[in-house]
Write a new protein. Structure first.
Length: 134
């Protein structure tokens, strides 16, 4: 259906317009890092960890605790996943790979090494986003 990829400048501009509209209409900036923190509190509670004993989850009237979900950010994160899947499927680019071709060319085909580096990179990015307040 949509075999030609979008121009990244056009797609980025659309994302910028969406952000402006989000602030104008709802007064909220969109972001995802807080949703991961809130999800962690839900998972911790599900496995029996008392999140009420963790100050981070109880500050700001439980803003980051398990009772803060579901909310609009969770729906936003879910929409990112669904939208990305639909876009890649409609463009014909969707494929399941344990190791992307670019990584394979440079670092080899070891999926465990790729998973560890991807996890660490994501953890560092998420930590930085949380340190910056969002």
């Amino acid at each position: 259906m949509l075999k030609k990829p979008w121009n990244p400048y056009f797609a980025g501009s659309l994302a910028g317009v969406l952000l402006v509209l989000s602030v104008l209409i709802s007064g909220k900036f969109f972001g995802v890092s807080t949703t991961f923190v809130r999800s962690a509190s839900v998972i911790e509670q599900a496995v029996g960890i008392d999140t009420s004993a963790i100050e981070y989850f109880t500050t700001k009237k439980g803003k980051y605790g398990p009772s803060s979900l579901p909310n609009w950010q969770l729906i936003f994160v879910t929409g990112i996943f669904i939208g990305g899947f639909l876009a890649s499927t409609l463009s014909g680019d969707f494929k399941i790979q344990t190791v992307p071709d670019m990584w394979k060319k440079r670092f080899g085909a070891n999926p465990v090494k790729r998973a560890v580096v991807a996890f660490l990179g994501g953890a560092i990015a998420l930590f930085g986003a949380r340190m910056a307040g969002g």
